[in-house]
Ligand binder design. Structure first.
Ligand SMILES: Nc1ncnc2c1ncn2[C@@H]1O[C@H](COP(=O)(O)OP(=O)(O)OP(=O)(O)O)[C@@H](O)[C@H]1O
Ligand SMILES: [Mg+2]
Length: 366
């Protein structure tokens, strides 16, 4: 069993505050993804958790035991680095059995573990090959096998798939997930790829400037994020500034530059200045017949994305609104220039207090 508890973890590099009182817990066998803009402190966080860096303050517990003062090799973790870090002068077999050998395991025990791992990662390369002759995907699999060879229940992955091409990434993503499930590991996985985080993780922590701004299940982060920052950073959103005009028991009404929207969001005050966020895939669009329901506009642009089409619709007041619809078999349902009506269900109208620093600054990635 492996649980993790991080309390007020802080790391300063001179003036730079790379981690600012970060606190969270990870359950046994949980798969946590960490996402956030470049430089927000993701790598620093797992380097401090693993013992590669010493934090400036705060505490870390594995299974309830403090580990902050233990060196890396005594924390019992597997670590797959951001930079591919196999030993180039060792063949695949020696790379994977390196940890057990350093720990002084008998040769047959190290070999047994390595054999099991080779089977688990379904590796089709020869054990005597050197890293330089392998594909990027195979190298990262060996990196994972090497990280797990010493038998740790806690695996840290820092952008393990970052340098691979899209197809291999997607395949490996599910293989890693299976390995983690099969071995019952507790995992922390840093990635830049939100789709990857959404599809493999039990929960996602979103970081910004050294802090965790939100930590939740992927579906919740996507459909109902608590912060304006996350509504923008995870997925895509249309933002409208407005005022709450009416609050009832289960809905509130918002006016935004001539548009009236109803939202199921609670605890808003009449007269409050707010920002509305609406995901492009939670908007429905119909060709306009007479005046129709919803807000009116015309299609200015359409981008083919594969399984979806992204439309840009110009509203009456010249604002641009983005909509994403599934591709329809047999051709496009809409054309550029079509007059349309857009509508959004109240549960998809997300409302946030107007940020003190202004919308642009609040949404900025650095
Ligand atoms: N060894 C170091 N010395 C000084 N500053 C550092 C050091 N390592 C990281 N930093 C700074 O700490 C902050 C957090 O860096 P970190 O590498 O943890 O970010 P990250 O979220 O992993 O970024 P990326 O997504 O680019 O990998 C950045 O401002 C970075 O420049
Ligand atoms: Mg990093």
């Amino acid at each position: 069993m492996t649980t993790v508890k991080v309390e007020n973890l802080t790391k300063k590099y001179g003036e730079i505050v790379a981690l600012d009182k970060v606190s969270f817990e990870i359950k046994d066998k949980e798969y946590l993804a960490i996402i956030g803009p470049s430089g927000c402190g993701k790598t620093t966080l797992i380097k401090c958790m693993s013992g590669i860096q010493s934090p400036t303050g705060g505490d870390i517990y594995f299974d309830g035991k403090p580990v902050k003062d233990l060196p890396l090799e005594e924390r019992g973790i597997g670590y797959v680095f951001q930079e591919i870090a196999l030993f180039p002068h060792m063949n695949v077999w020696d790379n994977v059995t390196y940890g057990p050998r350093v720990k002084g395991w008998p040769g047959d025990r190290a070999a047994k573990v390595a054999r099991e791992l080779f089977e688990l990662i379904r590796l089709s390369v020869r054990e005597r090959e050197y890293p330089s002759s392998l594909s990027g995907g195979a190298r990262q699999k060996i990196g994972i096998a090497r990280a797990l060879a010493s038998g740790s229940d806690l695996l840290f992955l820092d952008e393990p798939l970052g340098s691979l091409d899209a197809k291999v990434r997607t395949e490996l993503r599910y293989e890693i997930q299976n390995i983690i499930r099969d071995l019952g590991l507790t995992a922390v996985h840093i990635t830049h790829d939100q789709e990857e985080a959404m599809s493999v993780a039990d929960r996602i922590a979103v970081m910004k400037a050294g802090r965790i701004v939100e930590i939740d299940e992927p579906s919740k982060l996507y459909s109902n994020p608590e912060t304006l920052f996350v509504s923008n950073f995870v997925g895509e959103a249309n933002f409208l500034e407005g005022i709450v005009t009416k609050v009832t028991d289960d809905t509130c009404l918002v006016e935004s530059q001539g548009l009236s929207l109803s939202s199921t969001e609670k605890s808003k005050r009449e007269g409050e200045k707010i920002v509305v966020a609406i995901r492009p895939d939670f908007v429905s669009m119909e060709k306009r017949v007479n005046n129709g329901e919803g807000f009116a506009g015309y299609i200015e642009n359409q981008d083919f994305e594969g399984s979806t089409i992204r439309y840009e619709v110009v509203l009456k007041d010249h604002r641009l609104f983005t909509i994403r619809l599934p591709q329809i078999l047999g051709g496009l349902a809409f054309n550029i220039g079509d007059e349309v009506n857009l509508s959004v269900k109240p549960e998809h109208v997300l409302i946030y207090p107007y940020p003190e620093v202004g919308v642009q600054k609040e949404l900025a990635l650095a």
